[in-house]
Design a protein around this ligand. Sequence first.
Ligand code: SF4
Length: 442
Amino acid sequence: MTDSPSSLKTVSIVSLGCSKNLVDSELILGSLKKAGYETSSESDADLIIVNTCGFISEAKKESINTIIELLQYKRQGSCRKLIVTGCLVERYADELKRQLPEVDAFWGTGDLLKIGEIIGKNEIKKIHKSAPGTLYDPDSPRVLTTLPHTAYVKVSEGCSRTCSFCIIPKLRGIMKSRTVESIIGEVRILANLGVKEINLIAQDMTSYGRDIGTNLETLLRGLVNVDGIRWIRLLYCYPWGFTDSLVKIIREEDKILNYIDMPLQHINDRILKLMDRGTTSIRIINIINKLRNEIPELTLRTTFIAGFPSETEEEFKELLDFVEEAQFERAGAFKYSQEEGTKAGDMSHQIPDEVKEERYERLLEVQSEVSLNKNRALIGTVHEGFIEGRENGNYIARIPSQAPEVDGVTYIKRNKKLKVGDLVKVSITDADIYDLFGEVVS
Ligand code: SF4
């Protein structure tokens, strides 16, 4: 690499994939800022970083297309270094190096706290490899990229489960939890910066702490005492580990939202077994009933896979019936993606793409009916909400049952001057499949 260490001073990062990758991007920016970089737009940046996703084929395509698109800035000369990081590198470093020679360096998911120092000293190798996954502490430099009142907090890295369709444990390593003290320390700093909503994230939230002799409930007992935090949201829970005491603290502590994101993937026992989910339809239904019975006005979000290898029409129909019966407030879906390096990727009876597509559409259709009815049932109710922006003369807000990025929003008539981060009381006046409409009542 020809450029001297001090000559590069501005950086722009494109963060793809999940919220855990977004936290990594914020840590990369923090590390570069510490090394003297300033953030700037892609078109002005000396250094561009593409933090990629390598989870499933659609995400891989998006990552490659984004890299190719941003390489134009190198050809134009505004960008002098383009570095690719993240899960796609963790999976395909050598192929990427061969196929994308214009990229200056490739860096996986590990060691991200060191990236600024190594780039700053111009010591970065073409492929920087290390153990996968990056944990961090309160004093790790981080540049928040979310709106000022909300932030993600990664409580653990990696996953120790063996779901047969999933490549993540190979990209992020086995589960490693941060200490309760480290997480509470970080949330205190975020609260002092004005953050009000903490979105707790992991690959497997309900297993938090199992590897270090603690648990999610203990963490939550500490987090609810952090002054200034108003909302604590649980994302990426596994259908396991909802002890009576964990459910009790979610129910009793106002700061902990009655919102649970719990990807289920399927409900048919033969498919759950092939997926190696380590659970059964009965146990899933028991957990849902327990959560519904014990947590009032619960918002339950989940995700399903359509078209898993050998899935029959009857088994898929069973899933559709379950979605209709279970009445999830939020449910997303993926078409099964055959991934090399996963057990399911080598399974026979792969489902044809057109059948996957057709099942995916049917699943979304059933859920859209459920979502519409659930949203309409909120008309006339009042909720607190954070103002997040404006669109077509309306304000955009999120209420507790709306997680950032993945759920709908609430459009509010502009009947008074408001700014991003304001907390208001919203009366819901109308609803559609994904979004709500309302007006400020105080
Ligand atoms: S719980 Fe399963 S699907 Fe989720 S990250 Fe772990 S292995 Fe993948």
